[in-house]
Design a protein around this ligand. Structure first.
Ligand code: ADP
Ligand code: ADP
Length: 228
């Protein structure tokens, strides 16, 4: 599903963000990526959705060597990967339905399919009653649900989530986790960077800890392993 082979990433300014990571993530996996700030978690995930390319080594996503993709092939791989951010990143001038439709328009899905699929996926995340609301009218949890709808609307094989509960209160965070668990249960790989100790220690899944750009721990039903 996702495979990294001796991946290194050095940024232009000389920061060694990832230093020799090899790992396999299977289709059914739900992976928490933990570790201190600056450890390389975001860089790890950015290379999976092809926002960054490795300086050295190979990354395969669904069999595609994504570091070596020709520019025009990138959209084909990206549609298989849904991305969720801590700060939601909705388009503020588009309503809820339009935000989700936008992701389908980006892959040139037919209008008819978009019209049917958008309300369906918004119902799935519990927002059937907010189809025409603007993002600014929504709570943080609701905005994150829209972002999740947008991430899954094209039926990706992988969801990459960079601290998806980082801006949410505990109650709302648990709701978002239940949704991510359900998405994983339906067969989507989830890779989630998090500092949420409670969540990691309660919903036990695979934990990969990164420190200074290297994997220092990889446990099937792991714990958070840090204070705070
Ligand atoms: P984390 O997500 O664990 O906080 P990051 O992947 O954001 O870690 O950062 C890993 C290291 O790479 C840090 O030293 C950070 O400062 C550096 N870094 C991240 N992004 C860039 C960038 N665009 N340019 C230069 N250095 C960067
Ligand atoms: P369909 O192929 O008609 O979409 P599915 O059984 O795949 O039927 O999906 C049932 C429901 O779940 C639909 O509303 C669909 O949009 C949604 N769905 C499909 N794939 C995923 C996924 N990976 N994660 C979350 N929801 C999904």
């Amino acid at each position: 599903m996702i495979e990294m082979q001796d991946v290194w990433k050095t940024y232009q300014d000389g920061s060694h963000a990832i230093r020799g990571i090899s790992v396999r993530i299977e289709k059914d996996d739900f992976v928490y990526l933990v570790g201190p700030s600056g450890a390389g978690k975001s860089t790890f995930m950015k290379m999976i959705y092809r926002e960054e390319v490795p300086t050295k080594g190979q990354i395969f996503v669904n069999g595609f060597n994504i570091g070596k993709l020709k520019r025009r092939k990138i959209p084909f791989v990206r549609r298989n990967i849904g991305v969720i951010f801590q700060d939601f990143r909705l388009l503020p001038k588009l309503n809820v339905s339009e935000n989700v439709a936008f992701a389908m328009e980006a892959i040139e899905a037919p209008k008819k399919i978009i019209k049917r699929r958008v309300p369906e996926v918004l119902e799935l995340v519990g927002l059937k009653h907010k189809l025409t609301s603007m993002p600014s009218q929504l709570s943080g949890g609701e905005q994150q649900r829209v972002a999740i709808a947008r991430a899954i609307v094209n039926n990706p094989t992988v969801i990459v989530a960079d601290e998806p509960t980082g801006n949410l209160d505990p109650e709302t965070s648990w709701e978002i986790m239940r949704l991510l668990e359900e998405i994983n249960y339906r067969g989507t790989t989830i890779l989630m960077a998090t500092h949420n100790k409670d969540i990691v220690n309660t919903i036990r899944r695979r934990v990969i800890a990164i420190e200074s750009g290297q994997i220092v721990r990889d446990v099937i039903r792991g714990d958070y392993g840090y204070d705070g």
